[in-house]
Design a protein around this ligand. Structure first.
Ligand SMILES: [Zn+2]
Length: 379
């Protein structure tokens, strides 16, 4: 008789915020899905058993700000950066626009093991070729049409890097999201003619401002207190995303804001060629929040359940029975570590997360220390 389960992860500490789980539990997998989560599942019921004691077993991480479309020169192919870091879902943020989104599906999305979702750029050619400055290319209607045509892949619209004085880019993306009943993600540089406060007032509930701790974002007032209008925006349902990146995460903004009760809603990396060089992987970015003082369960929540809800993908970000078995097995290491932000300043900490194993749809796609393999002398 075939065993009941293909795989059993035994003895791990499961953190699954959506299901209010934070303790020792075994997880069994069948047909790529979570089949059972309970305190004890007998080893004989599974074809393969992996001992994950001493490790944290969490839903596959969702990195909702990356650059994986080949049209953009800073792009990275998703699998080799996502899977070794416990990330099973990435969201490309505007690499492709409404003119080249189908090329993105064909060349990257369809070829990745990592689940790739996308915000479609309000600029027709996205981040390909000419920079995102041509206002004639910013069209809400075709952007919204493309979002509607590919609901499996597209989660909303994106505006980024616009240096002009007007609202064509951010306003266009917000309009495209409204027309397609989706969400907008905005990367914003305030100008005298368009303030951060006005942006937050224009965003609809569910829309996202990314890079909240960037140097150019007036999150804090001159006394380093979180501006009241920013809290008001969160109160209305505007979402604040990390988008760490090469330039967009400053300890000098994040530490006071978090101390005043203003954490990011979602933790994300803004992974691309340059940010990869300052080690902005998900486990490292999550570790920074841990070291700043955010409890581990909350760090996991802001990297799994909350991004799934923000992206309106309630099927993701948890380990409910029946869910696709996207799982990250993390180690919480203790020692002396240093973390670097976008200003190239250092924060010292005594803990750091590292991904030991990643499962995508029930398959082991990363195993740092070979814990799922037999000893060479036993075969
Ligand atoms: Zn970005």
């Amino acid at each position: 008789m075939d065993p009941e389960f293909e795989l059993l992860l035994r003895g791990g500490h499961v953190i699954d915020p959506k299901n209010h789980l934070n303790g020792l539990a075994d997880i069994a997998i069948r047909s790529g899905k979570v089949a059972e989560v309970s305190e004890f599942i007998g080893a004989s019921r599974a074809a393969k058993v992996v001992d994950v004691s001493g490790l944290y077993v969490v839903p596959g991480l969702i990195d909702m700000h990356v650059h994986v479309y080949g049209g953009y020169e800073g792009w990275l192919f998703p699998d080799q950066h996502a899977l070794p870091n416990g990330v099973t879902t990435v969201v490309d943020t505007g690499g492709a626009g409404w003119k080249d989104f189908e090329d993105f599906i064909e060349t990257i999305i369809a070829k990745s093991i990592t689940r790739v979702l996308a915000f479609i750029n309000i600029v027709g050619a996205g981040m390909t070729g000419r920079p995102e400055q041509d206002t004639n290319e910013m069209e809400a209607r075709p952007c919204a049409e493309m979002i509607r045509r590919y609901p499996k892949h597209a989660v909303g619209s994106k505006s980024a890097h616009f240096q002009g004085p007007g609202w064509e880019s951010a306003g266009g993306a917000i309009e495209a999201a409204r027309l397609s009943d989706s969400i907008a993600m905005i990367d914003f540089a305030p100008k005298p003619s368009r303030s951060y406060q006005e942006l937050l007032e224009r965003l609809n509930p569910g829309d996202i401002h990314t890079h909240l701790y960037a140097g150019h974002i007036p999150l804090l007032d001159e006394n380093l207190v979180v501006n009241e209008y920013v809290r008001d925006a969160r109160g209305r349902g505007v979402v604040f995303d990390t988008g760490h990146g090469n330039m967009s995460f400053l300890f000098r903004n994040a530490i006071p804001a978090i101390g005043q009760g203003f954490p990011p809603d979602t933790i994300s990396t803004d992974l691309h060629k340059s940010s990869r060089m300052v080690d902005t992987t998900m486990p490292v970015t999550m570790s920074k929040f841990l070291v700043i003082g955010m409890p581990l369960e909350e760090v996991i929540d802001r990297s799994t359940r909350i991004p799934a809800e923000v992206l309106r993908r309630p099927e993701l970000g948890h380990l409910s029975v029946g869910a696709e078995a996207d799982i990250a097995v993390l180690e919480r290491m203790e020692g002396n570590f240093g973390f670097v932000d976008s200003l190239r300043t250092r924060l010292e900490g005594n803990q750091k997360l590292e991904c030991q194993m990643t499962l995508r749809a029930g398959k082991i796609v990363w195993d740092r220390n070979g814990i799922s393999f037999p000893k060479w002398s036993d075969v």
